[in-house]
Design a protein around this ligand. Structure first.
Ligand code: C5P
Length: 293
């Protein structure tokens, strides 16, 4: 039987993110409304002569053994026996790395799903979610996709109704990658009121596009933005440009990616132009409603 197939690994944005407290294990408890978008990497799974997982990434900086795809494979091999047939995984990168879009976590989630299929492990969704949480806080969300309210360190998920359709313009400042750990180490809660997520969750339940957009226009949507604001004039420049063009730009996750949601394509095009004028790399995508596989 031909065991060659491709899977998409979808990026996520955080519509809102509230950091609650630091925990004894060093992680932070948070609350966040997470949303899957159509921007995606692609993973190709093929049989390989050499046993175990042979991994190649189109971005050479991400090809090392520490890549979450390799770590996902190593975790499954450890749990389910090392004598698994050889697999070649090629990761075609499109999601910018260290941007707050969960690119690495999305790849890990797709690797778990793909290897479960390739190696015929027959793991249940709950087992994949458990393995995902071992690999990273955002991996469980990337396994379910859609729209969810996250708690704990990000791995405890309550699924929400699908967000109404929005175009999503994502702007990433050039040469401004920020590691998740750096963002969590340097945010300053005192600089920001706590973004209340309840009205956003309510607006999602009501499928009220105007209320969702109004919530995103708040001054404070993401506690971690205080970490990025102080060190990145490029992020401020892009946000100001988009705000002056009439949009409500929001930082995703640990940053520095900024996104705006628009109801129609003409507005999306205007947002793209505004962000490009500030020198950002811009990605046009849309909100998506979950991993059905
Ligand atoms: O879970 P993940 O490996 O993606 O986290 C990377 C780093 O981000 C952690 O080592 C930790 O420093 C920080 N982090 C945190 N609280 C979270 C998620 C991540 O402090 N809820």
């Amino acid at each position: 039987m031909n065991n060659t197939f491709c899977l998409k690994a979808y990026a996520k944005i955080n519509l809102g993110l509230k950091v609650l407290r630091q925990r004894a294990d060093g992680y932070h408890d948070l609350e966040s409304v997470m949303q899957q978008v159509s921007l995606a990497d692609t993973l190709l799974f093929e049989p390989a002569a050499v046993r175990g997982c042979n991994f190649f990434c189109t971005d050479p900086r991400l090809s090392g053994p520490e890549n979450l795809v390799n770590r996902a494979a190593a975790l499954l091999q450890k749990k389910h026996g090392r004598k698994l047939p050889g697999v070649q995984i090629t990761l075609y990168k499109s999601i910018p790395a260290e941007a707050g879009l969960a690119g690495g976590s999305a790849d890990a989630a797709a690797a778990l799903v793909g290897l479960n299929r390739f190696w015929k492990l027959d793991l249940h969704k709950s087992e994949l979610l458990e393995a995902g949480a071992e690999l990273g806080s955002d991996v469980p969300f990337c396994l379910i996709g859609g729209t969810a309210l996250a708690g704990g360190r990000g791995e405890r998920l309550q699924e929400l109704p699908p967000l109404p359709f929005f175009w999503t313009v994502i702007a990433v400042p050039e040469n401004e990658a920020i590691s998740t750990a750096a963002s969590y180490n340097s945010f300053d809660k005192r600089k920001m009121g706590e973004p209340p997520l309840e009205p956003l969750v309510e607006a999602i339940h009501d499928r009220d596009k105007q209320k969702i957009i109004s919530w995103l226009a708040r001054d404070f949507t993401n506690t971690l933005e205080t970490a990025v604001d102080s060190c990145s004039s490029k992020v401020k420049g892009i946000k100001n440009k988009l705000a002056n063009a009439g949009f409500s730009p929001v930082m995703s996750g640990s940053g520095p990616a900024i996104f705006v949601l628009t109801e129609n394509w003409h507005d999306a095009r205007d947002a793209i132009c505004a962000a490009e004028q500030e020198g950002a790399r811009v990605y046009l995508c849309w909100v998506t409603s979950g991993n059905k596989e």
